[in-house]
Design a protein around this ligand. Structure first.
Ligand code: P61
Length: 465
């Protein structure tokens, strides 16, 4: 079936406000043309992120009422521990308030200055947490991950040749662990194949290097394995997940994605010594080991969410809904990154707006136009997020890909709203030459995308919807 019908019905609704173009134009001016600075109440369809934006199920809400808020030994922790072990299979389960704290605890314990951490592509918080230890974060994804037209089914794969070269170049003793991000968010939500994970493991074994997963979107990755990799078509989702994690020594997890919760995360690993050191640090910065910066009710919602996310019907709908949006756009000739990712569709801003040079922020200009004309919020993943100054020449180095990410929250929007998004973008594409570039008026020294301010270089003609 083309149309991925919802495997749930709606019990609670949250009204969303329609705004006028004039109102949005004013809000954008106040926000310095940065959609992060626009109040969420004035957004019609919010595709800024799929992180922490999921709708919880009735069972998760019921679980919230069963929160055991004891300081130590909450039953919800034991439930979470049992659930995480049953899927991920690692010995220690350390709850954190979200993914970046799991990263921080792991890297501050085992990464020392001058070391290197290879990954397919580090997400920005992962990179920042590695670099915070004065270590180097190396992105070793296969080369065709950077070609938006290549439709290889596992574009998140690690480049094994580059990984082995790296080990030889920097030396095994400078690599405390390797990571694989599933799915690979910064590369377009692309999956990693089981075969590539198996081979990565075999290669790392030869050098005695541990492997950790950045498991944020593990269920979506497992669904792609089932769909695309020979030998898995009839394998249950849980079996696929267990096999995948069996090739690792641990994982970091932002449960705000495939944990189907609004807040939460964890770190899970086998090594007793590391777990002890991490737990000591956890007590210092997060809380007691059986709550780790969360309420008992949050732990319960996370345990239940992890069980629900491996439901194949849910995943078929989830991946199907994202694909449905991507296919509507693709059929209309809109330039998107191929193949369509697990959690988001990425517009290729450079091809959408060929008349705007990268120095004038075409991705950001596209995100601004989408909000102003249709009330849709998306995020730029391009020059604003990843542009860097060349330390030698002072010139701006532009990233290879200039994208606008349409991240779909889980179980939140109906297919009709997704259709509205597609129709809006198709409409915008017809009048794309009316979109003009932007110039920065303020930027923060790090993670500038959150607070940057812009001016519009030339006012676009009013566009009526
Ligand atoms: C997102 F603009 N992702 O995609 P935490 N690993 C991976 C992630 O995707 C991820 C984290 C670790 C977000 C939220 C976000 O500058 C930004 O629970 C693969 O958010 O700490 C988060 O998990 C971190 C968006 C985060 C950003 C930082 O939208």
């Amino acid at each position: 079936m083309k149309f991925p019908s919802e495997p749930f019905k709606i019990k609670v609704v949250e009204p969303i406000r329609r705004t006028t173009r004039e109102e949005r134009d004013r809000l954008l001016r106040d926000a310095g043309y940065n959609v992060f600075q626009v109040p969420a109440e004035s957004v019609y369809v919010d595709l800024l992120t799929d992180s922490g934006t999921s709708a919880m199920s009735d069972r998760q809400w019921a679980g919230m009422m069963m929160g055991d808020e004891s300081y130590a030994g909450s039953r919800n922790y034991y439930h979470l521990e049992e659930t995480v072990r049953s899927i991920f299979g690692y010995k220690h389960v350390i709850p954190t308030h979200q993914g970046r704290m799991a990263e921080n605890l792991l890297f501050s314990t085992i990464v020392k200055p001058g070391m290197c951490v290879p990954n397919n592509i580090h997400f920005d918080t992962t990179r920042a947490n590695v670099e915070h230890q004065h270590a180097e974060a190396l992105d070793l994804v296969i080369k065709n991950a950077y070609d938006p037209h290549c439709d290889f089914p596992f574009k998140g794969n690690m480049d094994l040749n580059r990984l082995e070269e790296t080990i030889h170049r920097v030396g095994r003793e400078r690599i405390p662990l390797a990571m694989i991000t599933i799915t690979n968010n910064s590369g377009g939500g692309q999956p990693v194949s089981m075969e590539n994970i198996r081979q990565t493991r075999a290669l790392l074994n030869r050098y005695g290097i541990p492997l950790f997963f950045d498991a944020c979107r593990f269920a979506e990755n497992c669904f792609f394995i089932k769909e695309r990799e020979p030998g898995y078509a009839n394998t249950p989702m849980l079996t696929i997940a267990r096999e995948l994690f069996s090739y690792g020594d641990g994982c970091t997890m932002s449960a705000k994605k495939d944990g189907l919760v609004n807040i939460g995360g964890f770190l899970s690993l086998n090594d007793d010594r590391w777990a002890q050191q991490i737990t000591n640090m956890l007590i210092l910065v997060e809380g007691f080991p059986t709550y780790g910066g969360l309420a008992g009710r949050d732990l319960e919602a996370m345990a239940q969410g992890l069980r629900e996310v491996l439901d194949e019907e849910y995943l078929r709908f989830r991946i199907g809904q994202v694909r449905y949006l991507g296919e509507l756009l693709d059929q209309a000739g809109i330039p998107i990154l191929k193949p369509i990712g697990g959690h988001a569709v990425y517009l290729n801003a450079r091809e959408f707006l060929p008349h705007i040079p990268q120095s004038k922020f075409p991705g950001q200009a596209l995100a601004v136009a989408l909000y102003r004309d249709y009330g849709i919020r998306a995020v730029e993943i391009g020059t604003l997020m990843f542009g860097k100054q060349d330390p030698a020449t002072g010139e701006t180095l532009h990233p290879e890909l200039e994208m606008v990410r349409l991240a779909i929250p889980r179980r939140v929007y109906t297919n009709m709203q997704v259709t509205y998004v597609a129709e809006s973008i198709i409409d915008l594409y017809q009048k794309r030459e009316l979109i003009h570039g932007l110039a920065l008026t303020y930027e923060a020294p790090i993670l500038r995308h959150f607070t940057a301010r812009f001016t519009e270089l030339q006012k676009s003609q009013p566009v009526t919807v």
